[in-house]
Design a protein around this ligand. Sequence first.
Ligand code: PXL
Length: 271
Amino acid sequence: MSKTILTIQDISCYGNCSTTVALPILARFGIETAILPSALLSTHTQGFKDWTFLDLTDEMPKIIDHWWHEGIQFDAIYTGYIGNPKQFKIILDAKDKLLKEDGLFIVDPAMADHGKLYPGFDEFTIIGMRDFISVADYILPNITEACFLTGNHYEEIQDDDYINKLLQDLYQLGAKNIILTSAQDDFDSIGVISYDGLTKTTIMKEKIEKNYHGTGDIFSSLVVAGILNGKDIKDNLNFATDFIMNSIDITLDDPYHEYAPKYEQILKRNL
Ligand code: PXL
């Protein structure tokens, strides 16, 4: 049977991230997607100046309550960029009201990268996110987010002991399945590591020397689609990392497309 998901993240009107990439990717893999925008921005906050920001905190409970009265239920809730720390409580209420009993709560703690929090985020975001992941079925932090969540120091290159400590600390916080992204065991490779409390699965690829913003959101949406479609974790992570590498590869020769990878060209292929 086809699945329905609610994704809760911002709408960045230009810049290919969060809701605007989640919708096409989830639909491409047959998943009906509802959106609950956390904020409305003119662009994402990386590499653009003077972006506009409309906080949608006050609108969210009204939308949730309307859906609740309609008896609307979802197979999964997938959260990303949160517009305001006050939204954590609101989203937990949405989880209680709108998620099916056996539904999945999937959290991409999109709040930081490359050792730093995104603009406007602070200790309240970290504390709220820590609370959130304690009830999550899946979390998809990058290394920086994992460090902020667990209080570990950030290392650009990580050895096995460091990764194992991050995974254990995240697991102790309550997350049932961890998918840790942007792991690097040397300067030439990059990959993802999943951990479910028993099994660790590592996928490493040759690194392309270019960082595009929004890559994490594309990756998370692909992995979420795979989870909902019952894909084996290793196949799922392999597919999503190859997809990202191919998207980056075809963007490299376009100097006017620094703000995100051209994932649409890969999505239109016969996957
Ligand atoms: O990709 C995460 C993200 C989502 N939305 C907005 C952002 C960012 C990262 O900076 O700025 C608005």
